[in-house]
Design a binder for this molecule. Structure first.
Ligand code: ADP
Ligand code: MG
Length: 404
């Protein structure tokens, strides 16, 4: 998604006031009625309507008139609110080039006043790969745009809390600096995702380091759940850094649903899948053969301890849980439960999707596009449908009415 931060310079105090009013209105309305935005922003002389036009033109808002005239934030509008807050806090002063596009995020460089460059990750839940869309489409249909923004905010909070806790426990992760809304600021990793690396001086050492990390995570009661060559960064000295934590599972934070899902898989499938991904990649890319090594790695069995907590019988018996550290970052049990509700759904759908994919693969290759944005269809803005003039007229009328 394009992020033209130059536009930030031209946005006035009133623009941000109205943008914030829409954000506040979205707590109770999926589409915030114009009158409510006007009431919350309380700009003089019907100024809200003029500002709304401007924000709409810059695609910071989406207009909807299906039931009544109203607006909702787009991801771009949400980006600007987060960036503005972080700039006001003095976290950074400028935004640079885009350095990464993840499954559900965009990553940019940002710089502080003294020129230190950091990474800014903007979560974009709802933007999912085509394969996932296929299986998730039904549930996505019922998801409101506010809940996408809300889930992106929770994912950010979770990622921030886990990265901070992992760093405190000596794991090689980026150093987190701050977060706001759906945006997390962290140190810039000087390296490349492993998937881009064609040659290594010491593939065995790198492999052992990486597998050692999955096991150490398990010793902390954690499973990354997306541990693969896209989420492992490696620098010129072959130093490894893990990234991307919103889907991480902490078994100490169990709730009934996650517990149920995990219990369904006797060999703790998600831990195994993380390990399997690493093996598969090194086998294919570096022609390594690990049969003996693979046999050495204990397959973990899910078990419960005396207090009913999940534990991995062979690895995580004495796990050091990170609950205290996570809570210290403001990531509460309730936040975790909210995410787990969604994650549980995702895990279930992933399972079903995997079966679907298998069937599709057997049926032959698909020519469908890889990605589809389901959350933020700015393209279906009325403005772009040729109703621009009509909308402008309506807004002007409302403005005049408010002024009299
Ligand atoms: P997603 O959750 O959407 O997969 P990631 O956190 O994996 O997002 O980031 C996507 C890409 O952005 C990564 O593959 C990497 O290239 C880049 N990236 C992410 N975080 C950093 C960072 N701290 N420093 C440098 N590059 C990063
Ligand atoms: Mg990733």
């Amino acid at each position: 998604m394009k992020l033209d931060v130059n536009m930030l310079r031209y946005l006035s105090k009133d623009d941000f006031r109205v943008l914030t009013a829409v954000e506040m209105g979205m707590r109770n309305h999926e589409i915030v009625p114009c009158e409510l935005v006007d009431r919350i922003a309380s700009l003089k002389h019907g100024g809200t309507y003029k500002v709304l036009k401007n924000l709409l033109r810059h695609k910071l808002l989406h207009h909807d008139s299906s039931k009544y005239d109203g607006f909702r934030l787009t991801y771009l509008g949400y980006d600007f609110l987060a960036i503005k807050t972080l700039v006001n806090r003095g976290v950074f002063v400028s935004v640079g080039r885009q350095i990464g596009v993840g499954k559900e995020s965009d990553i940019f460089e940002v710089a502080t006043e003294d020129g230190t460059v950091m990474a800014m990750k903007l979560h974009r839940l709802g933007r999912v790969s085509f394969r996932a869309v296929k299986t998730k489409r039904d549930s996505l249909k019922h998801r409101s745009s506010y809940s996408w923004l809300y889930l992106s905010r929770l994912a950010t909070l979770k990622e921030f809390a886990f990265m901070k806790a992992l760093e405190e426990h000596g794991f090689p992760v980026p150093s987190v600096v701050d977060c706001n809304r759906h945006c997390v600021i962290m140190s810039l990793v000087q390296g490349y995702p492993l998937v881009q690396v064609k040659q290594l001086q010491n593939p065995e050492v790198v492999f052992e380091t990486i597998i050692g990390l999955v096991v150490r995570l398990a010793e902390h009661g954690l499973i990354h759940c997306d541990f693969n060559e896209f989420n492992i960064m490696i620098d010129d000295d072959e130093k490894v850094t893990m990234i991307d934590f919103p889907q991480m599972v902490s078994v100490s934070h169990h709730n009934a649903q996650i517990y149920h899902i995990l219990m369904k898989f006797p060999c703790f499938r998600y831990f195994d899948r993380d390990v399997e991904c690493v093996f598969k990649f090194f086998r294919k890319r570096f022609n390594m053969n690990f049969q003996e090594c693979r046999d050495d790695i204990d397959r973990t069995e899910v078990d419960t301890d005396e207090s009913g907590r999940l534990c991995f019988s062979s690895i995580a018996k004495d796990a050091v849980f990170l609950d205290k550290e996570l809570a210290a970052s403001g990531f509460t049990r309730k936040d975790q439960e909210e995410i787990e509700k969604d994650q549980t759904l995702n895990l279930k759908q992933e399972e079903e999707g995997a079966e679907d994919n298998l069937r599709n693969c057997e049926a032959g290759p698909s020519s469908k596009p890889e990605c589809e944005d389901v959350s933020d269809k700015e393209g279906d803005n009325d403005t772009e449908n040729g109703n621009d003039a009509e909308l402008v007229k309506r807004l002007s009328k409302q403005r005049r009415r408010a002024m009299t």
